[in-house]
Design a protein around this ligand. Structure first.
Ligand SMILES: Cc1cc2nc3c(=O)[nH]c(=O)nc-3n(C[C@H](O)[C@H](O)[C@H](O)COP(=O)(O)OP(=O)(O)OC[C@H]3O[C@@H](n4cnc5c(N)ncnc54)[C@H](O)[C@@H]3O)c2cc1C
Ligand SMILES: *[C@@H]1O[C@H](CO)[C@@H](O)[C@H](O)[C@H]1NC(C)=O
Ligand SMILES: *[C@@H]1O[C@H](CO)[C@@H](O)[C@H](O)[C@H]1NC(C)=O
Ligand SMILES: *[C@@H]1O[C@H](CO)[C@@H](O)[C@H](O)[C@H]1NC(C)=O
Ligand SMILES: *[C@@H]1O[C@H](CO)[C@@H](O)[C@H](O)[C@H]1NC(C)=O
Length: 588
């Protein structure tokens, strides 16, 4: 190692050490995330962004005004006001977590309807095991309300800062193949949705969709284009406990296990750490409530971190990305791995990890997100991605591959890794790895039509538009392989533009969805440029310009779409030859 590399590695080591101490100290305060909607003039002249603040100059989103209904009546009035003026509208949520520009009303003169104040429990029927909540309720509160009545939502995303309206609209999920499976929309048994209406009906109406209503399959995963969901009724189960063990194995049977593991354990998932040649299998099953244990699933990524550490960590990451070598990047990863919290931060008692299995109540295991809790501490600490500080900045790709094709897909990824293992150090965020979760086939028109494995990839994003990350070709090839070769479906709430190009054609029931959409919202008031592009109604989400492939705005077809000045050229994929990836010169 050169002196520079040694210095980088040393810096990384000391940073990792401080970070660990800080996390172990369980910081008390924490600045909750900023409001995604800001207006210069009260509730007029507004912009909306997402929780990462990643709507850049190109995707900046303006709206004429914002409204904050706190009852269904006020919501109906808000929709009616916009509809009577033929103004575009769109829902924004408390934190707006989707990466794509979904929260933006079309044009720049639209209305933002914020569901922040629609956050109450409407009713709980303990006997029939049903909960009805307003759509702006944050998952954390929903899970707590259910538990207080002795009930569980069996599956949910792992991050509890999402709202029920937003997570349904994008088809969000946890992991599981048993029963109805890992996606939350499978547990929806009723919705109340506010849509535009003819003038004679007052320009807006509430539609009540019961469990057997055919339109429920359009409304439960809707990208927000059929109206505003006002209330959601979910089928719950009696509160249960889970027993979780993270089993670390080599990759020898990874391809065989990918289709099997989900059948063996109710809450199974997998984490692949390609740079460490490891797979971590989540062995996670329901156990009787009498089983002893009070474990907590506090994933370390979702805890608050002191600002100084976030800024310092990012500076090192930027340096490693821009000027580091494979050796330095892999050394930093190795170091990070040795200092990781055990069990990803899960604990046996809310404080420390003392051994497997971790047994605890569903509501304390299924999701976490303590960085959104707690009082303002003037940004001394925050969620790692808080845009008000120069901390973590990432892309998050997420796509599903049918289970029947998953073994071949995994085999291809292993081949790609074996061609240049060191490339995987800088290419992917090393803190967790590739997360693989199970989602079952759904009747939702924009849901999965086959049992699938959903892959999540976090990777470095430069704050300079068009600046490549190290070994950008690795992620490019994995994504194109999943979507192109294996017919994968992009997660509606994640991904870069190109992933959605043509994807709607792979949804066999897309036409049924569009029919309901044009019945509910004939003038397309809830549609935007973005939703028209991804739904194949008008245009393409691809943007062809210099360096477009670096930002995932296109698949490269010319060197200028990469970053030739930084040594990144448009090349063929190494395993999937039809891929076109931005690759640094020295690889060829
Ligand atoms: C830290 C983090 C962790 C995540 N973890 C997971 C995970 O474990 N699993 C997973 O699947 N995804 C996960 N995601 C992605 C996430 O599921 C999606 O981004 C989700 O849609 C965001 O929900 P939200 O409440 O923030 O909605 P937003 O992003 O604000 O909204 C999403 C869309 O829904 C529409 N919408 C919202 N509410 C309504 C309503 N009431 N009526 C009509 N339309 C509405 C909005 O207009 C928008 O089009 C994660 C994201 C982050 C940032
Ligand atoms: C509207 O907001 C923009 C910034 O987003 C600002 O430049 C402009 O002056 C504002 N216009 C009015 C009329 O306040
Ligand atoms: C619901 O929203 C209101 C207004 O934003 C807020 O005062 C209240 O604390 C919220 N309730 C919960 C349970 O978060
Ligand atoms: C992988 O682990 C299995 C046991 O789970 C072992 O039999 C095998 O030898 C290991 N393979 C390698 C390459 O280490
Ligand atoms: C990388 O090196 C260049 C040239 O020495 C320098 O200008 C740049 O600031 C460095 N980047 C980082 C993040 O340190």
């Amino acid at each position: 190692m050169s002196q520079g590399e040694q210095a980088q590695t040393r810096a990384m080591k000391s940073l990792a050490a401080v970070l660990l101490v800080a996390i172990l100290l369980q910081l008390a305060g924490c600045s909750p995330p900023p409001d995604p909607v800001t207006c210069t003039d009260g509730t007029s002249n507004c912009t909306v962004t997402n929780t990462y603040g990643s709507f850049t100059d190109r995707t900046i989103c303006h709206a004429a005004n914002v409204v904050y209904p706190s009852t269904e009546q006020e919501l109906v009035a808000a929709v009616a006001a916009a509809a009577s003026a033929k103004r575009k509208m769109k829902v924004a949520t408390k934190h707006s977590h989707s990466g794509p520009k979904l929260a933006c009303p079309g044009g720049s003169e639209g209305t933002i309807i914020s569901t922040t104040r629609l956050n109450r429990t409407v009713s709980i029927d303990a006997e029939r095991q049903l909960i009805t909540v307003e759509s702006g309720m944050v998952l954390r509160d929903l899970i707590q309300a259910a538990a207080a009545a002795g009930l569980s939502l069996p599956h949910s995303p792992y991050w509890y800062g999402l709202t029920i309206g937003g997570l349904l609209a994008t088809g969000a999920h946890g992991s599981g193949l048993w029963g109805k499976g890992g996606a939350v929309h499978e547990y929806v048994v009723g919705l109340r949705i506010v849509t535009p209406a003819p003038a004679c009906d007052g320009f807006a109406m509430v539609r009540e969709l019961g469990a057997d209503h055919p339109d429920l399959d359009a409304a439960k995963v809707s990208l927000g284009v059929v109206g505003v969901v006002s209330q959601v009724t979910l089928a719950l189960q009696p509160l249960f406990k889970r027993s979780v063990t993270f089993v670390e194995r080599n990759e020898s049977d990874f391809t065989a296990q990918v289709a099997e593991w989900g059948r063996l354990h109710e809450f199974a998932d997998m984490i692949w750490q390609p740079q460490h040649n490891k797979v971590i299998y989540r062995q996670d099953d329901r156990v009787d409530v009498s089983a002893p244990g009070n474990g907590v699933g506090g994933l370390f990524l979702f805890r608050s971190v002191p600002t100084a550490l976030l800024v310092g960590g990012r500076a090192i990451e930027e340096q490693l990305q821009e000027n580091g070598t494979d050796i330095a990047r892999c050394a930093a990863e190795q170091e990070g791995a040795t200092r990781q919290l055990p069990a990803f931060g899960f604990t046996n008692d809310g404080i420390s990890f003392t051994g497997y299995p971790i047994v605890g109540y569903q509501h304390r295991i299924q999701a976490s997100g303590s960085c959104i809790d707690g009082p303002e501490d003037a940004l001394l600490s925050s969620c790692a991605w808080d845009p008000r500080i120069r901390g973590s900045f990432m892309y998050n790709s997420g796509f599903s591959v049918a289970l029947s094709k998953a073994p071949a897909f995994i085999a291809d990824m292993l081949n790609l890794r074996d061609l240049n293992p060191d490339a995987f150090c800088g290419a992917l965020d090393g803190r967790v790895g590739l997360v693989l979760r199970y989602v079952k086939a759904s009747s939702a028109y924009l849901g999965k039509h086959e049992d699938s494995i959903d892959v999540d990839i976090l990777f470095y994003r430069s704050r300079t538009d068009g600046m490549p990350h190290a070994h950008a070709d690795v992620v490019d090839e994995i994504e194109q392989m999943a979507l192109g070769k294996y017919g994968g479906l992009p997660h509606w709430g994640k991904n870069r533009n190109f992933a959605f190009d043509g994807a709607i054609a792979r949804y066999p029931k897309a036409d049924k969805f569009l029919k309901v959409k044009s019945r509910y919202d004939p003038d397309g008031l809830f549609s935007s440029e973005w939703t028209d592009q991804v739904l194949g109604i008008n245009g393409t989400p691809n943007i062809i310009e210099n360096r477009c492939a670096i930002e995932g705005l296109c698949i490269c077809s010319d060197d200028s779409h990469c970053a030739p000045e930084q040594g990144y050229f448009c090349r063929l994929g190494k395993v999937y030859k039809k891929a076109r990836v931005c690759s640094s010169e020295e690889d060829y």
